[in-house]
Design a protein around this ligand. Structure first.
Ligand SMILES: [Zn+2]
Length: 267
């Protein structure tokens, strides 16, 4: 573009002065482009770290699956909420009662489904998990077709992401006291029998006197800063039929589950 000025017939006298001014402006413009390019590039390096890029990297993979129920009456209503930019909530997948599966967010991207959360030392489950919403009003049983579709989806997710069996959890597990989904009607045992999550059936091993419930819950993964909330989340997941008290049977089941998470939990 600059070359065309040299070929122009007005390149003499006033024309040359004009050309010189344009050339200066052109150089200034080019400098601005370079500087603005630097500003808009991804932030790399810093005053304290020199940028030495390596080609050996790829997208991060999820290591947890967090399950939810929508509380909405229909898939359409749930979809409106999960795709409205004003709600600031989403999930990777949404499964209808009839087993229809919708994908809303790429698995390699961070969907906004868990919010403030904790599990086993992780304080940002959104960054480490795939979120699945099940259309359910929170009071109804989960439809068999929906659970069948969920199990198929979980198989695919696990094979793609190599997620350990202990890391299939509910929203209530990672946000005790703040969330209560999926509801007590969710078939956690059925999922665990298919390899998604942990479970223990009686007879449970007898825990030693020294086995402490709070330490057990913390070892399993729960946030125990408020022990009552952790008890409630555990009961919702593992023993919703045994009332609200944390009894000896619950203590024995927890002892069994801690043993499993330390042995087969990473498989
Ligand atoms: Zn939820």
């Amino acid at each position: 573009m600059v070359c065309c000025f040299f070929e122009h017939p007005l390149l003499s006298g006033q024309g040359l002065r004009l050309h010189g001014r344009l050339l200066r402006y052109g150089l200034l413009f080019a400098l601005c482009l370079v500087l603005s390019g630097c500003v808009t590039q991804p932030r790399v390096g810093s005053d304290w770290a020199q940028w030495k890029p390596s080609p050996n990297y790829g997208p991060r993979k999820a290591n947890y699956v967090i399950l939810h129920h929508t509380s909405s009456a229909t898939l359409e209503r749930a979809l409106l909420t999960l795709s409205n930019p004003n709600t600031q909530v989403s999930s990777h997948y949404l499964i209808d009662r009839d087993g229809r599966v919708l994908q809303l967010v790429d698995e390699n991207q961070r969907a906004w489904h868990a919010g403030e959360s904790y599990w086993g030392g992780h304080t940002d489950l959104n960054s480490a998990s795939i979120g699945i919403e099940l259309v359910n009003n929170g009071k109804e049983p989960f439809a068999p077709a929906q659970i069948k579709a969920l199990l198929s989806l979980l198989s695919e997710i696990r094979s793609r992401n190599k997620i350990p069996r202990a890391n299939f959890l509910g929203h209530a597990d990672v946000a005790p006291g703040r969330k209560t989904d999926p509801s007590a009607l969710f078939p956690w045992r059925q999922l665990a029998m298919s390899g998604f999550g942990l479970w223990c059936d009686p007879p449970y091993p007898t825990p030693p006197e020294s086995f402490d419930i709070i330490l057990g819950l913390a070892t399993f993964g729960y946030d125990v800063r408020d022990p009552l909330r952790a008890f409630s989340a555990f009961k919702l997941h593992f023993s919703p039929d045994r009332g609200i008290e944390f009894g000896e049977t619950d203590r024995a089941m927890l002892y069994c589950l801690v043993g499993k998470i330390l042995t087969v939990g990473r498989e």
